[in-house]
Design a protein around this ligand. Sequence first.
Ligand code: SF4
Length: 342
Amino acid sequence: MTSELAIPFEIKVQLKKKKYGIAGQQGAVQICSWTKKALKKEAVCYKNKFYGIDTHRCAEVTPLAMLCSQNCIFCWRPMEFMKFKEPSREEVDPPEKLIESLLKERKKLLSGFKGNEAVDEALLKEAQHPTHWAISLSGEPTLYPRLAEMIKLLKEKYGAETVFVVSNGMHPERFREMYELRNAMPSQIYISIDAPTKELFKKINRSVYEDGWERLHKTLEILSKLPVRKVARLTLIKGLNDSPHHMKDFADLFVKGNFDFIEIKAYMWLGYSRRRLKMENMPTHEEVREYARKLLHYLPHHKFEDEVKMSRIVLIKNQHSPFPTLLRERSPSLAGIPYDKA
Ligand code: SF4
C-alpha cells in the first residue's frame, strides 16, 4: 500500500526521466551538472572556489522532493506538481533508512559514468564516497521533522565533511532543533531572501503561510544568535527585486540575520520557471556585479569577496564574521580544473 506521503507514480516517472534517484517515500538524489563536469575535469562549481567543497564528491539530495511551503516564482523545479504538507515524525522515513537509500540510488546514478572515456577514473572512484552533502535538490528540507538527526548521522556515521542546508526560512523551529541536538548543525545554512518587503514576498515567494513574512523574520532572529556559518541567498530577478529603492530593505534583512556571507545570484531562465518569468528577467553577470557594488553602500561592515562569472554570482562577506571564507582546503585532485568554463 502506497503511503499518503509517497511521491505519486506519474511524478516519479517524470523525475526518473530527469535522472533523479528516488529514495523511500519522498527522498531524492541527482548527480549535479557540475559534478558531471568535474568528473570530466571540465569545470568545478563556485562552491569549490568560494568554500572548498568537493564538487565531484557532492551528494545533491533532498528528504522531501515534492513537498514545499513556498511557490517561488523563479523556481526551476517542477513546483506545479509539488504539494504542501507538514509530515509528522511517524509519517516520514527514518533518517538512517533514508540516507542508506539515497547512497544506494546515488551509486546507481554514478554507475552510468563507468566506461565513459571522458570521465577521469580516479575522480569517479573518489566520487563513490561523498564528502559533501547539499541538502538542496528539491522541496523544502526543513519540512522534514527529523532533519537534525539526519545531519548528525551524515557527520558521525557517513563521513560527511561538509553539509549545506538550503532553506526558505518558513520553519524556524527546525534550526533550534539542530542547535539543541549535539553535533547536528550543518557546516553552512542558506536562507533564501528574495524579497525586500512583505508585499514583494507575497508576490515572489508566495508562501503557503499567511504569516510567511513573520516566519522568515523569526528564522532570522534565531539564526542571528546561532554559532553556524550563515549565507543569505538572493536570487536577483531583473525588473522584479533589483530596484535600487529596495537595497536598504535587503541590507536590513541581511544584518538582522547576522549573515556571514551574502550570495547574489542571477535568476536563470531555466526549467519550469520559464512558464512564470521571461528571459528578460535574467540579469547578466555585469548587472549582478553592479547591483552588489551599490548594495555595499548600505552594508558598511561588508566587502566584495569573490565572484564567478559563469554562474553569474557575487559573494559578499561580513567583515565581522568569525569564519574564514574557505571552509576546508580544496582537494588536490581537483587542482587546475577551471570555474569559469561551460
Ligand atoms: S555544491 Fe551545489 S553546485 Fe556544487 S556540485 Fe554540489 S549541488 Fe552542484
